[in-house]
Design a protein around this ligand. Structure first.
Ligand code: 9UX
Length: 72
């Protein structure tokens, strides 16, 4: 069971920022894939919806120190 979402990520200014957001997302139990496009200020995340809600993905990005909004 998988769900894929895109998230607008605010506050990333260099490639180390996007790498740390990716690492934070990949460390969450239930996340299958995460990639962050620095120039687009966007994260793409594939996860198990039985283990995580969209808001958990948003919270993981915020806990890493960035702003996050789930894209429709
Ligand atoms: Mo780059 Mo981002 O020096 O928090 S890591 S700005």
């Amino acid at each position: 069971n998988t769900r894929k979402i895109k998230v607008s990520v605010g506050g990333m200014t260099c490639a180390a920022c996007s790498n740390s957001v990716e690492s934070a997302l990949r460390s969450v139990h239930g996340v299958h894939e995460a990639s962050v496009a620095l120039l687009q200020n966007q994260a793409s995340v594939v996860f198990d919806p039985d283990l995580l809600k969209d808001e958990d993905i948003k919270a993981a990005i915020e806990d890493a120190g960035f702003e996050a909004e789930i894209l429709p």
